[in-house]
Design a protein around this ligand. Structure first.
Ligand code: MG
Ligand code: ZN
Length: 233
C-alpha cells in the first residue's frame, strides 16, 4: 500500500517537473538543484558563487528550509531575488513547490536559478524539480562513507562539490577514496574541490557554471539567443 502511494506521488511530481522544465527552457533559464546533508555548506557555497556571478548574470534563488528563513536572509545580502519555501517538516522540495515559488521570481527574469534543497541526502534525490543540473555537496568534515551510504543522490548527480577543503589537514577525509566511489557509480559526474569559506577552488566551478548557462541559451533557437544577448547590452 505504502509503495503504491509513493509511486503515485512520484508520478504526479514527474508531470509537474516536466512542465517546470519546459517553462524554464522556454525562458533560457539554467536551473541548479543544490543538495546535501545538513551542515555541508550549501548556503556558504551559494553566497560565494553568487558574489562572483552576480556581476555577470541575473540570478534568482529558491531557498528550501524546514522552518526558518536564516539561509534566505544570508542570500538576500548578496543583492539577488530570493523566495523562501518553508516545508514545515517535509524533508524535501517537490516540483509543485518550485512551480509556486518561481511565480514570484518570474518578473525579475533570472537567467540562472539556484534551488537550495532541504538538507537531506535521502528523498530529495527522488524528486525531480525540473532542474537542468543536480549538484551534490559533500564536506570534508563528514565521513568517507557518504557516497556508498547514499548512492542514489550521487548516482543522479551531475556535479559533486567536495567542500571545506581548507579543513583537509584536520580530518581523516580521503579525497581519492571519495572520487573513486563516485567514479564507480557515476563516472560522468564532474567533481570540484572547493572551500566556500576561503574561496579556494571556486573559480573553476564558477567558470563551469557560466559555460553551462551559455550552453543553455545557445540550445534555444538562434534568434531568441541573439535577442537576449542584445537585450542585455
Ligand atoms: Mg543552507
Ligand atoms: Zn523527504
Amino acid at each position: 500500500m505504502k509503495v503504491k502511494l509513493e509511486s503515485r506521488l512520484l508520478g504526479a511530481n514527474e508531470l509537474i517537473a516536466h512542465n517546470n522544465r519546459n517553462m524554464f527552457s522556454s525562458r533560457g533559464i539554467l536551473v541548479i538543484n543544490l543538495m546535501s546533508s545538513p551542515g555541508s555548506g550549501k548556503t556558504t557555497i551559494l553566497e560565494c558563487t553568487i558574489q562572483e556571478l552576480v556581476k555577470q548574470i541575473k540570478i534568482g534563488v529558491i531557498e528550501g528550509d524546514l522552518y526558518t528563513d536564516q539561509d534566505a536572509r544570508r542570500i538576500e545580502q548578496q543583492g539577488v531575488e530570493v523566495v523562501q519555501i518553508n516545508t514545515e517538516g517535509t524533508c524535501h522540495l517537490d516540483a509543485q513547490m518550485i512551480c509556486h515559488a518561481y511565480q514570484k521570481l518570474d518578473a525579475s527574469k533570472p537567467q540562472l536559478l539556484f534551488i537550495e534543497n532541504v538538507g537531506n541526502l535521502v528523498c530529495p534525490a527522488e524528486f525531480d524539480l525540473g532542474e537542468d543540473l543536480r549538484v551534490v555537496v559533500i564536506s570534508t568534515a563528514e565521513g568517507n562513507d557518504k557516497v556508498t551510504k547514499y548512492p542514489l543522490v550521487f548516482r543522479r548527480a551531475d556535479v559533486v562539490l567536495v567542500n571545506k577543503t581548507d579543513l583537509l589537514p584536520y580530518t581523516d577525509f580521503d579525497v581519492e577514496k571519495v572520487k573513486n566511489d563516485i567514479g564507480l557509480i557515476n563516472p560522468s559526474a564532474s567533481i570540484f574541490l572547493v572551500s566556500g569559506r576561503t574561496g579556494e577552488g571556486m573559480e573553476a566551478w564558477i567558470c563551469w557554471l557560466l559555460q553551462q548557462s551559455k550552453n543553455k541559451l545557445l540550445s534555444m533557437n538562434g534568434t531568441s539567443y541573439l535577442q537576449m544577448a542584445e537585450g542585455r547590452k
